[in-house]
Every structure is written in C-alpha cells, then in structure tokens.
Design a protein around this ligand. Structure first.
Ligand code: AMP
Length: 278
C-alpha cells in the first residue's frame, strides 16, 4: 500500500496502468466500519482502490470543532492495509490550499437547507475539496455514505452540473448492534452518552413505524420524534426534518417517499442520522 501526500505522486500512481479502474473513497480519517464498508464496496467494483484522508478545515464552521475532530493516522493506515487498499492520499493543508488559493465551488439551492442552514459555508468547503479530489485523481467511481444524506445529494448535483466524468456510488448507513449510526464523532461520547445517543435512530425508527401504520402527516411525525429526543437527558435538537428526497424541501404529507433526517447534540457532540421512506 502506497501512502502519498503530494499530488504529483498521486497522479503517477493513478495513471501507472491506464487499463485499470480506480475507486476513490474520500474520508476525514479516524476510520470505522462505516468507512470500511465503502472501501469493501470499492474493492468489489474496481481493479484498484484509493482512500483519501484529509480533515478539511474549510468545511468546519467552528475552529473548536475542527480542533476536537479525532485523528489517528497510524491506526487508519493499519486498517486500510488490512483491507488491501492500494493507495492512501494524505494531503497536507498546504498541499490542498497553497498560499494564494482563491477558488471555491458552490452548489446553490440544496445547500441552503438542513445541514447547510445550520452550518453556513460547510457545503462550499465540501464541494470545493471533493472537486479537487476528483480533478486530481479522476477516479472511475467515488464512494459516499448515505449517513451524510445531504452531502450525497449535493455532490451528485455538482457532478451533474460540472460534468465530472465518474460514477457516484452511495452506500447504506452502517450502525452498531444497538442502532447507533457509526461516526468518528461517536468516539467523543461518554459511555452513558453513547446510550443516550441511541435516541436519534430510535426516534427515526418510530416515525417510520408510525408511517407504516398509516400516519402520513409530517407535523405529527416530527412532533413524535421531537418528544422522543426531548425526553433524553443532555439532548438538544438542532433540526428534525421530513423532506422531499430530491429537492430537500420540507413536506407536509408523505406521498412519494421522504428523507427523515435530524441533527441532535448529545452533551456537546453534534450527531446526525437519517432514514428514507421509499
Ligand atoms: P467522514 O470521514 O465522516 O467524512 O466520512 C467519509 C465517508 O464515509 C462519507 O461518505 C460518509 O458518508 C461515510 N460514512 C461515515 N459514516 C458512515 C456510516 N456509519 N455508514 C456508511 N457510511 C459512512
């Protein structure tokens, strides 16, 4: 497994054999089974797999959040080697944003909602860095998790709008045995916080169950989820949403499926989760 930071080395490895297909898995590191599910899917669908590890400062709104983001490169590299990954790309901040950098990629409408409304500038940071990864690496396929549902929608929009020549593959959310969506941020939860954090998936699951029992009214479903979360000590709701899966606009009655999503602080750790009604 090669590990490179410099773009020149990455490009050389990428194009060493032009016949081979490459899958790219962009990550911010501190890897878990969720990331590894993307890596395994990429391995199954491509001749070669590259993983990028970069904690992208421009997608963090608060420097305290950036500073607190967990990192362990040696552990990540050992995990990726065990998965048979071919190439790991570990750019430094100077590699990604050299002095004088002044270009950004902005997706407009769908970035104004949900995560975008709560975290201004977040998606511009995401799309700019992902566009750079795609431009440098030119993968045949890139792998993203449904865990970040809006991120997937935003990247698909960017790929369509800017004619990137690759396929975006969306992988299902990996959860622990209790239903907690795996996240690098979970490592910051206390043992008790981890138990309380189950309220996100429980609230989503109970709303899906209520829908399956005939409740289609989103106000009612959102009130149910809100009550469930507010019952849990140390929880603070950022948003609870039932939105159209394409536009991400809030809907009132579920007729053609929906994306149920939420961001909730448990103690001071911001967690997101979602479920889809087909
Ligand atoms: P991150 O390192 O948090 O930026 O995540 C890198 C990629 O892994 C993103 O495409 C995420 O959506 C995906 N991912 C993170 N957690 C999970 C999970 N629990 N299940 C599936 N994919 C995930």
């Amino acid at each position: 497994m090669n590990v490179f930071g410099k773009i020149v080395d990455i490009r050389k490895a990428r194009w060493a054999n032009r016949q081979e297909s490459w899958g790219l898995v962009p990550t911010m590191g501190f890897l878990h089974e969720g990331h590894l599910s993307l890596v395994r899917r990429a391995k199954a669908e491509n001749d070669r797999v590259a993983v990028s590890i970069f904690v992208n400062p421009t997608q963090f709104n608060e420097s305290s959040d950036l500073d607190a983001y967990p990192r362990d490169l040696q552990r990540d590299l050992a995990m990726l080697k065990a998965e048979g990954v071919d190439l790991v790309w570990t750019p430094t901040i100077e590699d990604a944003y050299p002095t004088g950098y002044q270009t950004n990629v902005t997706v407009t409408d769908i970035t104004t909602k949900l995560e975008g409304a709560s975290r201004p500038g977040h998606f511009q940071g995401v799309t700019t860095v992902v566009a750079k990864l795609f431009n440098v690496f030119q993968p045949d396929r890139a792998y993203f998790g449904q865990k970040d549902a809006q991120q997937v929608a935003v990247i698909q929009q960017m790929v369509r709008d800017l004619n990137f020549n690759l396929n975006i593959v969306v992988c299902p959310i990996e959860r622990d045995e209790h239903g907690l969506a795996l996240s690098s941020r979970n490592s910051r939860l206390s043992e008790d916080g981890r138990k309380r954090a189950l309220c996100l998936s429980q609230a989503l699951r109970s709303a899906v169950a209520a829908y399956n029992d005939g409740e289609k009214n989103c106000t009612t479903l959102k009130l149910m989820m809100t009550a469930h979360i507010n019952n849990v000590a140390g929880s603070k709701i950022d948003y609870i949403s039932i939105a159209d899966r394409m536009s991400l606009d809030e809907i009132e009655i579920i007729e053609n499926g929906a994306l149920l999503s939420m961001a909730v602080f448990i103690d001071d750790i911001r967690l997101i989760d979602n479920m889809i009604i087909e």
